[in-house]
Every structure is written in C-alpha cells, then in structure tokens.
Design a protein around this ligand. Structure first.
Ligand code: GLU
Length: 512
C-alpha cells in the first residue's frame, strides 16, 4: 500500500499549452512534492498528424516560467528514458500482440470506405452514435469474422490493419476516482477503440496505459475531459494483467467561462480581452496569440491563481507561495464542480504579488518602460517612484505610463477639475508654499508637509479642501499617491517651477 508517489504530466505537442494544462501540471507538481514523490513529464506525440513543431519547447518554457521542476523529462537524463512516445514506438506492439493472442484485441482490415458505409447503415437504422463495437464488429472485416487462414494471408501480404480492443458486450466497469468517487460505466457504451494504427504507431489509449505502467505511475491526475476515456483505460489495465499496480485516478474539474456557462475557450477569452495561454504563441499562419507572461502577469501570481481554480485550502487564506501550496495541497480539497475563470481574480493576485516586490526590482521595470519613451531617470529615483506607484498598478508594465507626470509638468488642466478644486484659498496656499519652499535650504517630504500644515492652519483652512488643487498643479491629477512624497521626488526646483506655472495659468480662472 505504501507505494511511492509518482505522477506524470503527459501533454500532446499539438499547439500552445492551454492554461488548463498548466493547472493540471501544477496540481501534479503540488501533489508530488507534498507526498515526497516524483513528477515526470512525458510527451504524447503518437498523433503525427497533429504534431506541431514548436509545441514541446513551449511546454518546457511554460512550466519553467511558473516554477514547476520535473524529476524526469525528455530534457534531462532519466531512468525511464525515452520520454517521448514517438521514440518509444518499438515498445508498444508487444502489448497489443499480447492482447490479440489472448483474444482481448483483434486485427481489423476495414478500409475507410467500409467504415463510412457502416456508419451510414447505422445512421439509417437510427442508431444515435454509430460505433465499431460489440454489435457492429460481427459485420466487419476483422480477425473475429474472417477465417484464420485469410487473416494470415492478409498479414503476410502486408495489408494495412489496425488492432482494436475487444470490449466485452455486457460488463459493468467500475472505478474509484479520488475527486468524483465511484464511477460506473456499462461496457455497451464503449466502442472497440483502435490500439495500434496502421502506421505501426500506438494510439493515445494504448501508449498512455503502457507508459504509465512502465513508468510506475501511482496517480493519474488529469483534466475532466479524459474522464470518458477512463473506463477504457481501466479495461486495458485489466486486460494486460496490471490491475494490481493500476494508478489511482483524479479527474480535475473543468475551467469554465467567466459566466460559468460552459467550458472556457479561446473565443471567450478573446471576447473578454484576456489570454488563455501561459506564453505568447505564434500560430502557423503567423498570428500572435497573447500569453499571460507577455501581458505582464507574474509567475507567482499565476501559480496562486491557478491553484485556487478548483482547489481551496478550507480556510480564508488566499495568498500562497509555492512552498505554502505544497504544504497545504490535498486532492480531497479539489472540488467536483467546474471553476469559473475570473480574470479579475487573476489581476487581483497579480497586484498582491506586485506590491510585495522590492522597490528596486520594480524600479528596474519602470526604467525599462521609461527607456522606450526616451525618458532618462536614475535607478534611485526610479525605485522611489515605483514605491509610490506600486499600489496603483496591476502590472509592472503600467508603471512607466503612471510615472509620466514625474517627468513632464502638467500643461493643461481639466475645466471640471479647475472649477471644483481651484479657489482663492487654494491659490493662497499655493503661493505661500511657493514662497516658503523657495527659502528652504534643505528639502524633504516632512519639511514641506510641516510648512503646508502651518499655512493651512494659520488661515483656518481645511486640508482636504485646498490640497487637491495644489496636487493638480503639481501632478495634473486631483488624486494619487502621497503628495508630500511626490514633492520630495520631484525636487525643489521642479516643484517651484510647477507651482509658479500653475498659479500663473489658473489665476485667470479666479477673476470675478
Ligand atoms: N496526452 C493527453 C493530453 O494531451 C494526456 C491525458 C492524460 O493525462 O492521460 O492531455
């Protein structure tokens, strides 16, 4: 019973890895680490028609980006190498043959036209989902219906064939899913799936089971879309005599559209303006598909967000580092129902992680943004600005835009703002500030603050009434981060110049 925990992430390299795939990988990783087990990655590339060249590299980069570390994979040496199914091709045939020899699978020689005809016949007979199964196989061209000699001749002549599993006609297939509980399926609902294709490649089903067995996988944690395949997989384990070492299954809940109505798709994401892929992806026709990374999401935020999509710790805690997730994670706390993909939640997480980043690091990000706008700034000043702005942005790539007012004095003021925020009292405060600041020999937020309070109190004014106008002429906006801190960063000369300029421009608005 004390089996070593070994899980696997087994993507097919058919395009950009969907964010749901990243969540599956993450849950595998958290579970493996929590249990002191191992996680491996296997590339399931048996479908040569759907193979996409750059997909494997993309998977590797996406997992590295979110910080998933693999114990075994095609990109390192490992005891179960090779980890690409295409490179394991010679291993599968013997298992298919074992099944054929034991009467649990059979050769089928039907051409695609013959398969089409069968489907049409079934449709004409009002069969809802026509399939190659225990009922139809007796009418088809296979080693169950053809005389043994004829089968031998066909095989010897190299006629194309596939190997199909022989699903029993009446059998209840039961298995226990760690998330959904007992699942029961009647074998009459399954079809005789192809196990070996005519090109000598196994199908996903056979390769997946053989590899999970050979790689000693203890738990299969995968998306709910694979639940319908699970009964067939259970049957395969049974047929191959591997029932005792069969992995346990956990099928993860679906990721749903933001309104909860159906499965999350790229179309919904495009419609709502958010990505569904971890990294940018350049499609075959050259279109760029956006990625969370390029949109400015931090990997830590992504991990936290994805972890909470379908799992919860059972407490109110929302912020978790990877290590904390590993400590808290359990399959029992994964929900059965689908998880709504709420992009605002993803943004919220991003903001939380961004706020925690050191000012120097954000300052560097800000500098990069300023550089593209040809604005020069010292590292020290950039850190100070980042410190003031980090509560106000969701993504670090918004910092530069938000910081523009530090480098460009406001030129125009909105009529509405002037009307509501500029008064003779405000002008009085601004003028006095200008005068007193000019006389200062040193210049700091605390000093200017003391001066401002003095002026305001002496005249019996209210801070909240007069300061927004002063802020307006200094920054162009009537609200924002701590004004005194802004003043300190702007520096004495700049503050003097902006005050002068503002007073001059707005004094006309007070006439009459
Ligand atoms: N190759 C399958 C996929 O692309 C793996 C499914 C499984 O984990 O069994 O998702």
């Amino acid at each position: 019973m004390n089996r070593e925990v070994r899980v696997r992430f087994a993507p097919s390299p058919t395009g950009a890895l969907h964010i749901g795939g990243v969540r599956t990988a993450l849950y595998n990783y958290l579970f493996a680490r929590k249990m002191g087990g191992k996680m491996l990655l296997r590339i399931e590339d048996t479908d040569q028609n759907r193979f996409v060249e750059f997909a494997e590299k993309y998977i590797q980069e996406a997992l590295a980006w979110v910080g998933i570390k693999l114990d075994e994979s095609p990109w390192q040496e490992g005891p179960n190498a090779p980890y690409r199914q295409s490179e394991r091709k010679p291993m599968y045939m013997q298992y298919a043959m074992q099944l054929v020899n034991e009467g649990k699978a059979y050769y089928a020689f039907d051409t695609s036209e013959e398969l089409d005809e069968m489907r049409k016949r079934m449709e004409a007979a009002k069969v809802v989902s026509p399939a190659y199964n225990s009922i139809t196989r007796v009418q088809m061209k296979n080693s169950l219906t053809l005389p043994e000699d004829e089968v031998k001749v066909k095989l010897a002549a190299g006629e194309p064939y596939v190997i199909r599993i022989k699903v029993p006609r009446k059998e209840e297939i039961r298995f226990h899913d760690l998330i959904r509980g007992w699942v029961m399926v009647h074998s009459s609902t399954l079809d005789d799936k192809v196990l070996m294709k005519s090109d000598g490649m196994p199908t996903y089903h056979l390769a997946n089971i053989v590899d999970d067995h050979l790689m000693n996988i203890s738990h299969v944690i995968r998306g709910e879309e694979w639940l319908p395949s699970a009964p067939l997989h259970i049957l395969l384990y049974k047929y191959l005599g591997w029932e005792d070492s069969m992995p346990e299954f956990a099928h993860l809940p679906l990721l749903l559209k933001p309104d909860g109505n159906g499965k999350l798709s790229k179309r919904d994401a495009d419609m709502h303006g958010f990505p569904v892929f971890p990294l940018e992806w350049k499609g075959e026709n050259g279109d760029m598909v956006r990625g969370f990374r390029e949109d400015g999401y931090l990997p830590e935020a992504m991990v936290n967000f994805l972890a909470m999509l379908g799992w919860n710790p059972g407490t109110n805690q929302e912020l978790f580092t990877m290590d904390e997730l590993i400590k808290e994670f359990s399959l029992e706390k994964i929900s059965k129902s689908g998880a709504k993909f709420d992009i605002n939640k993803a943004k919220w997480f991003n903001q939380q992680y961004l706020k925690q980043m050191p000012d120097e690091v954000l300052g560097e990000k800000l500098l990069q943004g300023l550089k593209t706008r040809n604005i020069e700034c010292s590292s020290d000043k950039a850190s100070k600005i980042a410190h003031l702005l980090k509560e106000r942005v969701v993504f670090d790539n918004e910092l530069a835009q938000e910081a523009i007012f530090f480098f460009e004095a406001p030129q125009v003021f909105s009529e509405e703002a002037v009307k509501t925020k500029w008064s003779t009292d405000t002008e009085f405060v601004a003028k006095n500030l200008l005068e007193k600041i000019s006389k200062l020999s040193s210049f700091s937020a605390a000093e200017v603050k003391a001066i401002a309070h003095e002026i305001i109190e002496e005249k019996g004014l209210k801070l909240g009434k007069v300061m927004p106008g002063v802020r307006m002429i200094l920054t162009g906006a009537t609200s924002g981060p701590d004004l005194m801190e802004i003043i300190e960063v702007l520096g004495k000369e700049e503050v003097i110049s902006r005050l002068k300029n503002g007073i001059e421009k707005l004094s006309a608005s007070l006439v009459n």
